[in-house]
Design a protein around this ligand. Structure first.
Ligand code: DHE
Length: 544
């Protein structure tokens, strides 16, 4: 895996503060243990708590706070997790690693180096120029039903043929690819590693082939392509956590074109050195990306029609912005402001904030789920990291004004610590996972509601234990069932059974959406810690 690339040599974030009583008492670590803890912090903690440990989805972990908690309390939190959404790590980290991490967190945070447009250009490799690529599809695979599956801990993606359920190829990528997005044509898969390595994979070769690669930063989570008519496959954009910036690239070669820093003031007017780029989506109605800046709570509408005179509309919303998706009309974008327990809604037609919707604790929608509710009409749903509910929000201000931008119903999920909900226009089901729940039974199960029953306030979900169905035997890591993704036809939903540990077996369970029975368990030694799965057709068309 590319962790060496990912965990850059750190430098002190700021001049060392004058010693205080707390700093003087701070624990120390050997250089070796400190480096190992730094690597683990990057791999497991930085996403929620920030490289500078200023906090976002997770708490602020600067020494002023951690020293107050002390080693013993910190170790317990890390080992067992909390009801507030922090997962347990006792199944992945050893006692010594947890104790070292408790010490590390009481030491001052260190900032990684910067990474400019020139650095990104320096890292860019065009492996196969456009004129040397196939001019027609050279394989017989039904590309629309291919799934790009993250193999988190091996630093790879598996491209699985959704028709045959066979692994078509396993491709080396950055570490822990966070998401895959498709070019508008469906020919190219764009993947972004947690370590900022970006790969462009061409599906027209006989076997999927990486045609370009670069390093966008040291930590990244989001990418998107240009979807407006006339710009299909023309541009791509990558959002980085560190340095906090987004970078616009040529869509066919990944040549870096423009880099924009997102540092600045938060919606509270406070300067923040690390406003990370969270989710990005592409509009079909305008040449525009919606770029969500986590720490500032600002949503940027970035017009890519004239890169030399780049126009950005900056919309104040709430902190800390994370993941989100379109409503079914693709006019409104709904994004979790997870530390504010709100969903921010942007009207991309008027380029204004439409609403801030109060929800239960820490909404985490993935891209959410759109469907027509028997009582409330067009709605969008999210589950929560911090509550065992699924919130349903009305999204039809023209037809059902009284329900628009309100939580119209809260459904019970089988557990809190959920990450993703999913449905499909051809399905009558709404699914939710709870993978980060410390209880293995809940982490290994999913809830499924019949949408037609939701008008009945007593509607109950069916809870399916998919970890048991995968039949992996006993594993040290909890078997976490994560991220439902439909096939192209919308009659199967695929879930990963993720043990979080690359030496232990994992699987993908394919469930028949109508009968809710397991159709196939995909097991293969190459299927190392699968997490996100992105069906080409559904991802191209933002179907969720
Ligand atoms: Fe994710 C989406 C960030 C932890 C799997 N995750 C996203 C997005 C962001 C994000 C910003 C939206 C991207 C977009 O749409 O453009 N995720 C983060 C974190 O900062 C966090 C909380 C901690 C971290 O260290 O990364 C985090 N995420 C996880 C996981 O632990 C998961 C389960 C496995 C992993 O890769 O580490 C995970 N995140 C995913 C997946 C999506 C995602 C599968 C895409 C969902 C979708 O359907 O679009």
């Amino acid at each position: 895996m590319n962790v060496a690339l990912a965990a850059p040599a750190a430098k002190a974030a700021a001049p060392a503060p004058a010693p205080t009583a707390t700093a003087a008492a701070a624990p120390t670590l050997s250089a070796e243990d400190k480096a190992a803890s730094g690597k683990t912090y990057f791999e497991r903690c930085a996403g929620c708590h920030g490289m500078l440990r200023k906090g976002a989805t997770g708490k602020n972990l600067e020494p002023a706070n951690t020293a107050k908690l002390g080693s013993s309390r910190l170790e317990k939190i890390m080992a067992y997790g909390t009801e507030g959404g922090m997962p347990n790590f006792d199944d992945i980290l050893s006692k010594k690693e947890i104790a070292n991490m408790a010490a590390y967190l009481q030491m001052p945070a260190e900032a990684p180096p910067e990474w400019s447009l020139a650095d990104i250009k320096g890292s860019w490799k065009l492996l196969v120029p456009v004129d040397q690529r196939p001019t027609r599809q050279m394989n017989n695979v039904n590309l629309k039903n291919v799934f790009s599956v993250t193999l988190r801990d091996s630093g790879e993606v598996a491209l699985i043929d959704g028709d045959t359920k066979e692994i078509w190829a396993v491709i080396k990528t950055g570490y822990a690819v966070h998401i895959s997005r498709m070019s508008t044509s469906g020919r190219y898969v764009h993947v972004i590693g947690r370590d900022g390595r970006y790969d462009l994979i061409d599906l027209w070769f006989e076997k999927p082939t990486t045609v370009a690669t670069l390093k966008a930063g040291f930590e990244a989570r989001s990418i998107e392509t240009s979807k407006f008519k006339g710009y299909e496959d023309k541009y791509a954009v990558v959002g980085s956590y560190w340095p906090p910036q987004y970078t616009i690239l040529d869509g066919l070669t990944l040549e870096p074109l423009k880099n924009v820093s997102t540092r600045g003031n938060t919606v509270d007017g406070v300067y923040h050195p690390e406003p990370r780029v969270a989710s990005i989506v592409a509009s079909e109605h305008k040449p525009e990306w919606v770029v969500n800046v986590k720490e500032t709570g600002m949503i940027k509408l970035v017009d890519y029609s004239d890169l030399a005179n780049l126009k950005e509309v900056t919309i104040d919303s709430a902190k800390f912005l994370h993941d989100g998706g379109w409503d079914s009309t693709k006019r409104y974008f709904l994004v979790a402001a997870n530390a504010s327990n709100k969903i921010a809604v942007v009207d991309t037609k008027t380029a204004k904030l439409e609403a801030l919707v109060d929800t239960a604790k820490i909404p985490h929608p993935g891209r959410g789920a759109n469907f027509v509710h028997p009582k409330y009409g067009r709605v969008w749903a999210t589950s929560h990291l911090g509550a065992d509910v699924i919130s349903i929000i009305g999204t039809d201000p023209a037809g059902k004004k009284e329900y628009a931008w309100k939580v119209v119903q809260e459904l019970k999920n089988h557990g809190a610590n959920s990450l993703f909900v999913k449905t499909h226009p051809k399905s009558g089901n709404l699914w939710a996972d709870a993978p980060l729940n410390p209880d293995p039974k809940l982490a290994g199960s999913v809830s499924v509601y019949r949408i037609a029953d939701l008008g009945n306030p007593d509607a109950k979900p069916e809870v399916l234990d998919l970890a048991a169905a995968a039949n992996l035997g006993k594993t040290k890591g909890i078997q976490r069932v994560v991220h439902g993704e439909y096939n192209e036809k919308g009659d199967e939903i695929w879930f990963s059974v993720w043990t979080g540990n690359k030496t232990e077996p994992s699987a993908i369970v394919v469930v028949d959406d109508k009968t809710r029975t397991v159709k196939k368990v995909i097991k293969d030694p190459r299927l190392v810690t699968p997490t996100g799965k992105f069906n080409v057709y559904n991802t191209m068309h933002d179907i969720y």
